[in-house]
Structures are given as structure tokens and as C-alpha cells.
Design a binder for this molecule. Sequence first.
Ligand code: AMP
Ligand code: MG
Length: 414
Amino acid sequence: TPSESVKQKTVISVQEAEQKIAERLVPFTNETVPIESASGRVLAESLQADRDLPPFNRSTFDGIAVSSRAVAAGQRTFPIAGTAYAGAPKTKLENTSDCVEIMTGAPVPDNADCVVKVEDLAIENGVATLSENALPTSGYGIHPQGSDMPSGQVALQSGCRLTAKELSVAASIGKTQLAVAKAPRISIVTTGDELVAVSETPEPHQIRRSNDLALDVALATAGYSRTERHHIPDDPAATEAAVERILEQSDIVILAGGVSKGKRDYLPAALENAGVEKAFQWVRQRPGKPLWFGNIQTNGQTRYVFALPGNPVSCFTCLHRYTIPALDALSGLPPAAPRYAKLDSSFEFKPPIALFLPVTLRNDESGQTWAQPLPFNTSGDYVSVARTQGFIELPESETEFPQGAPYRFHSWQT
Ligand code: AMP
Ligand code: MG
């Protein structure tokens, strides 16, 4: 019937878009990788301490290990009965009126319960004398066995991004192999006949391609570096063929451009023809209104498609607002705690849609974070965006945004 060809355009809110994405996400499966190549991956198991941390009563000074009772009883000089080195097995203080010379990191000998540091001692002819102000009590100078973490406790929770500090914990408990979320194969696809490579000299009507590099670098910064780049000309047959081919080899497809209502925006039809199930297109937001999201199940695998508007600021904003959080959720990371910044100057925005406003941040001496909006230009002004740290999200329910009011802040640098 003729009415079938008149398609109703449904425009949803930012929150509905987030929700519709979240509903479709099926967490990535896991794989095991050597600890040396686990940097930046998301841990998919909890790691338990395999022994007490520290594993023995560890001396925190170079000095002598003594009995605090002998000191409390008034003894100030201690014959040196032996030496305890880091890396040597634990020894024993046979006679508690003696002492053992000890190095930082060495196991404190049995019968000794405190360490006097070398600065508080005089050592002469095999006898250590405590200086006047040295009054060590039991436990002084000792990092007790199991005080950081007893054996068997969870040292690292599943669902953390493995950076240097997490990997040092994994290393200290002897994990040579780690279960991590699979790294998704991400295809970054630009579209548009006007676009040429960075290395080319553009004709007056052409522009250099920049979105693909921006997306690639932002994804790598966020921990997703298994990417490939493609470019599709504005041609329906070429778009359909490329979409089918790229879908097959990707877990995530991020497209830029060709998704709006222009005469040569072929992506929405090509995606639907390829069997991608659209979750939504059109979000009440600026920039980024034409955002398209869907998924497809092929060969037992769910693949996700984010078709972002081509405008560089829209593209970059949508990647940070929707795509990277979705990748984090798929990888098993808990949602990041929201951040807020206060508007530095009042702002007015009448349309009943959300506004993602690029801002520079300023921290004042009272510890408050202020967001200074970019002087308003078009959403195509990606040169000015380079001077900002992220964007604040002004909700669609308001039109006046007073100075000092807090709004959610999203960083470009996740
Ligand atoms: P489109 O969404 O295809 O209508 O593109 C919107 C605007 O973004 C146009 O001015 C495009 O030239 C520009 N654009 C699209 N893709 C890119 C890209 N990869 N790099 C830079 N600009 C782009
Ligand atoms: Mg285009």
C-alpha cells in the first residue's frame, strides 16, 4: 500500500538511546593471555593472593633486629650474633640479649620483634648501642606477614582495566596467564566522495579525511586497538558490498557519515539490507542527531554497528558518549562513575533536545571544577574542539543553564 512507503521517523532521547544500546549488549567471551601481553585488557577473573602479602615479617630498615622486651627492661647494648640478608632464609635470635644485623627486605628472625634503624645506632667491635632517643616497641620497623593481604583473599577483582599497578599485583601473586575479555575486531569505516587521504592534495571541492584517524586514536586510548580502516565512496552498490564484507570480519563496525537524510546517504538502507537489526536512528541531541545503532547475529556471533554522523564533532562526540561506554560494558567493565563540572558562565539553549557542549575545564583553589563552554560556533568546528578537554551534557528538559550549576562532564580522554 502507498502508506507503507511513508516511514514515520522516531526520535528518541539520549537516555532512551543509551538504554536501547545496553539492552542489546551480550558481553564478549574471554581468552587467556600471557601476563606480558595483558596490558590494557580487561580482567575477566578474580585473582586471589597465593600466599600472605608480605609473605614473612619483613624488615623495613637496615639496622638491627632485637627483642623489645630487652629494650623495655633497659638494655642499650646488644652483641651482634649474626646477619639477616634479603633473599636469605629466616634465622633465629637464639639469645634475646643479643641482636641480629638486618637488611631492608630480610625476614625478621624469630624471637626478635622490632628493628632499630642504622641511623639510631652506633656499631663498634661487634656490639650495637642504641642512641638515646631510640625506644623501639614491639612491631617497630616490621611490615608484618599478611598485613597487606592474607593468603586466599581477592587481590584484584574481575572487571578492571589492567594497567601497570594492576599488573604488578598479578605479577606478585605469580599469575603468568590471565583471563581477559576478548579484544573486539573493530572496523572504522568512512564514507564520502569528497574525502581524500591525508597525503593527497585536495581539489578545491575536496577535504582531507580526518574522522578515521580521530576515531582510531580515541579507541586506542580507551583500550581498543584491534582496528582496521576502510573507506566507501558514495555509491549504493559499493556501499552494500562493503557493508556485507566488513560485517563479516568485525565484531564492531563504526561508520562515519552517509547516515543522514542526504541524497547520497546510503548507509541506513545498506545496513538494513545486510540484515542488521536497527535499534534506533535519530536522537534528540546536538550534535549527532542522525546516530544509527543496530546489531546482527551471524555465525553465532553478535556484531554491533554504530553509524555516526560524518561531521567531525558529531562523530567524535557520539563515539565518546555511546560507543566507548558500550565497548567498556561489553568488555565487563562496570560503568564509570559520572563526573560533573559547574558551568563557568550561564548558557541558553532553547531547542527541546540535549546539547553536548565542548568545554575547557578549570580547577579552582577550593577544589571545584568549572566548565568553560567553547564560544558557540557550528558543530563542524573541530579546530576549536582541539582546545577542549571534553563536553558537558545539558539535558533536553531545560533551556536556561545558570552559571554555577553542575552538569555531567564527559572527557575526550577516557
Ligand atoms: P555526512 O554525514 O556524510 O553527510 O557528512 C557530514 C559532514 O562531515 C560533511 O561535511 C563531510 O564532508 C564531513 N565528513 C564526513 N566524513 C568525514 C571524515 N571521515 N573526515 C572528515 N570529515 C568528514
Ligand atoms: Mg557524506
